[in-house]
Design a protein. Structure first.
Length: 131
C-alpha cells in the first residue's frame, strides 16, 4: 500500500526534469517501497538509498537488503533493532545509535537525542558525498 501511494509521486518527480542522480530516503514504513521495489530495480539514473529505522523484523526486508548498498540508521532501543540481523548486512553503511528508539530519540534524555542525531547527520553527509 505504501508503494502504491508513493510511486506516482516518485514517477512524476523523475519525469518532471532530467536528474543526474536520485536519493531515495525513507523512515520506518516509508522504507518499505525503497527496500522492496526501488532497490530491486535497475535504473538509468544513479540512485542511493537512505533507510531510517527500517522494519528489520520483517523477513522480506532482510532478504531484500542482502548484498545491497545503502545507508541504514537505527537505534538500539528500536523494537526492530537486531544486532544479529545487522551483522548480516555487511554491504550497508550502518549508523547504530545507542539507546535511541524507533523515533530516533531517547525520551528521557533530549540532549543525548540531539547529539546522536547530529552524529547521524554527519555520517549521512559523508555517505552522500562519498558515494
Amino acid at each position: 500500500m505504501v508503494y502504491r501511494v508513493a510511486n506516482p509521486i516518485v514517477e512524476n518527480s523523475l519525469q518532471s526534469k532530467p536528474y543526474r542522480e536520485v536519493v531515495y530516503l525513507g523512515k520506518s514504513l516509508g522504507t518499505m517501497p525503497i527496500v522492496d521495489y526501488y532497490m530491486q530495480q535497475t535504473s538509468s539514473i544513479p540512485a542511493r538509498y537512505v533507510l531510517f529505522t527500517p522494519l528489520l523484523s520483517l523477513q522480506h526486508t532482510m532478504i531484500n537488503l542482502l548484498d545491497k548498498h545503502a545507508f541504514l540508521a537505527i537505534g538500539t532501543a528500536d523494537p526492530h533493532y537486531s544486532q544479529e540481523k545487522l551483522a548480516q548486512l555487511a554491504t550497508l553503511q550502518l549508523a547504530v545509535l545507542e539507546d535511541l528508539n524507533h523515533s530516533l530519540e531517547n525520551p528521557l534524555n533530549a540532549v543525548l537525542s540531539i547529539q546522536l542525531c547530529q552524529s547521524l547527520i554527519t555520517q549521512l553527509k559523508i555517505f552522500l558525498q562519498n558515494n
